[in-house]
Design a protein around this ligand. Structure first.
Ligand code: SF4
Length: 500
């Protein structure tokens, strides 16, 4: 059992290329010590300084930028037999007064470093930099020592091709990139809805749903093999939607994709005219119906995707530094889980996503309004509400059975009173009516909540209920249906409404 970390279950990584024998011996020595102390998996890209000395690579998704939406205080969502690594990191960081350290956006692992020692690298870098920290400063000039310590470890953990930080980076463009962005900027309460991508190759059903929703919503989300369950992919579904006359929000998740494929899919989407991209980490393969894929399917996480795509858009560079002649156009979004971890932890995670590049957030479904406002207050305390558009999640419950299923979804909190109302509603029709009533009550409260800019309605396999919800709740229709020509847009830009 490591001294400072939960027990390490996975084996340490092995290098791609073998080192010389003396280096191998040194690596084994380092591994023995760091394994015993920190549960280190020898990823060769050490960020223990930032994670309260708990190895983040013990997270089954290998997340390096905070917890996933399914984390609970009791256990990891992937392996219920052990605690969530990131919960331990947050709790230890809080005890040590280092919570803000978790804001720095950590790089994905450099595969060339995996399985190698880091102590020799540290010594080499210290000699190369000739800029401290020096032991005598620890005694005679503590401020200088601390500053140089921070600079030294930043140089060690942040490779040149990443250079992550904990700053907010506003988008480097002025005119709205998509209709979703234009409507949000206009200040109108904006509605998006989720359409389940087809289970087969036929586009007719999808196009029918798009035509049905078009008058009511600004954009439609297409999930990206959610719950590790294969469907038509998000890119193809988004293109079909766009061609049918409604703007899509393409969900792009890290699971199953390397950094190369993520960039290529995003550039391809931009080339096809798809502008809204929702960046996600994705559900673990364990939750899917297929025979489970190899573990370690996460090359990146949602935060890293945001950081990478924002820089592609604003700096015109691939992660490897190659320049793009024409920059892609992305309006970037993220998901948020107001009910997962305590709001103070979730707010740090949200801040990280916003700093990385998230311009809009779509939340998990809201059933518990009080807990939702606690999360909003935590965001407000971190001064985030004027930096991002928030679309609160709404799931109309179709039956009591669906309510009980929803109650067990990680990151969703269904109140006891809503469950009771669904259970005692009567037959199927009455249950569906009760689901609509509950949704309309919540929409009414959210509509009047400061800091909320719209709704994201997730009526999966019940998309036909969306028009009724929009009409009965008196929700406004999209006001901007066409992007202005560039010269007009520049004029309008000057009068744009800020995020809150
Ligand atoms: S709950 Fe999520 S973040 Fe926590 S250890 Fe498990 S996979 Fe990682």
């Amino acid at each position: 059992m490591p001294l400072f970390s939960p027990r390490r279950y996975q084996a340490p990584f092995m290098p791609v290329q073998r080192d010389s024998l003396p280096v191998q011996v040194f690596t084994a020595f380092e591994q023995a010590i760091k394994g015993a102390l920190f549960g280190c998996r020898m990823c060769g890209n050490c960020i223990l300084q930032e994670t309260a000395f708990v190895c983040p690579m013990t997270c089954p998704k290998g997340l390096r930028n905070g917890l996933c939406g399914g984390a609970t205080p009791d256990h990891c969502e992937v392996d219920p037999s052990r605690p969530c690594t990131w919960y331990v990191i947050y709790e230890r960081s809080e005890r040590m007064g280092r919570l803000d350290k978790l804001l720095e956006i950590n790089a994905p692992v450099d595969g060339n470093r995996v399985g190698h020692e880091t102590w020799l690298d540290m010594i080499k870098l210290w000699f190369k930099r000739k800029a401290g920290p020096y032991p005598w400063d620890f005694v005679f000039n503590r401020a200088k020592f601390n500053r140089e310590w921070e600079e030294f470890f930043y140089a060690l953990r942040q490779p040149d091709w990443w250079q992550g930080d904990s700053q907010y980076h506003p988008p480097a463009y002025t005119e709205p990139i998509s209709l979703l962005e234009a409507n949000l900027r206009s200040g109108v309460f904006t509605v998006t809805a989720e359409i389940a991508p087809p289970l087969d190759a036929s586009p007719e059903g999808l196009i029918k749903k798009v035509n049905m929703l078009k008058p009511y919503v600004t954009a439609a989300n297409f999930t990206d093999n959610a719950s590790a369950t294969c469907r038509m992919n998000s890119l193809a579904s988004s293109k079909l939607c766009l061609d049918a006359g409604l703007e899509p929000v393409m969900q792009l998740q890290a699971r199953d994709r390397t950094r190369v494929v993520i960039q290529s899919d995003a550039v391809g989407a931009s080339g096809l005219g798809i502008r809204n991209i929702l960046c996600l980490t994705g559900d673990h393969h364990r939750f899917g119906p297929a025979p489970m894929a190899m573990p370690d399917q996460f090359d990146m996480d949602g935060v890293q995707i945001l950081w990478m795509l924002r820089r592609m858009r604003d700096e015109g560079k691939y992660i490897d530094g190659r320049e793009m002649k024409i920059r892609p156009k992305f309006f970037l979004g993220a998901a948020a889980s107001p009910f997962g971890a305590p709001p103070k932890y979730e707010a740090i995670r949200a801040e990280k996503k916003i700093n990385a590049g998230a311009q809009f957030i779509q939340t998990q479904p809201v059933f518990d309004y009080n807990r939702f406002t606690e999360w909003l207050e935590a965001l407000d305390k971190r001064n985030l509400l004027n930096k991002v558009y928030i679309l609160a999640g709404i799931v109309p419950l179709r039956s009591a059975k669906a309510a009980h299923f929803m109650k067990d979804v990680p990151g969703v909190v269904l109140t006891e009173s809503d469950l009771k109302r669904m259970d005692s509603a009567g037959d199927k029709e009455a249950q569906a009516e009760m689901g609509v009533t509950i949704a309309l009550e919540m929409i009414e409260r959210l509509k009047n909540t400061p800091g909320i800019h719209g709704l994201h309605i997730m009526a999966v396999h019940w998309e036909s209920i969306v028009p009724r919800l929009v009409e009965e709740a008196g929700l406004p229709r999209p006001v901007v249906r066409e992007l202005p020509r560039p010269e007009v847009a520049r004029e309008q830009e000057k009068e744009a409404v800020p995020a809150s």
